[in-house]
Design a protein around this ligand. Sequence first.
Ligand SMILES: [Zn+2]
Length: 131
Amino acid sequence: MTELCQNLSCLPGCHTPVPRELEAERLCVLHYILSVERACSGMRRETAIGASNTERQSEIGSYVKTTAEKLSHVAVVSPPLSDELKKRVLTTFLTLMNLRESLDRSTRRSAPKPVATRPSVAHALAASAGR
Ligand SMILES: [Zn+2]
């Protein structure tokens, strides 16, 4: 179940095989990570300057969640990664966690009224993450 999709190719000029987990994205692990990093830095800016509305915030929240899940599949289900890629995967997880924190802060800023939309465990996690 971890075979590579021989019929799928990544970006033009990249001949690295696309793992099954990234079939939908049609990207190799490295290019997937690069695209996630790029997307995250854009979203991080959005949340930092408070440009995102509630709808966008929940979009970003679900992006973080689905991307982290996908990335964890890539990390442990796909064929073994090189040490360099493992490091990049970890860095990308950190990026996702930081984006999540930044999103939480911007959600708190933009919603001063307590709205019970998120489980309290999320707050506990954010609080225990320090800073
Ligand atoms: Zn590629």
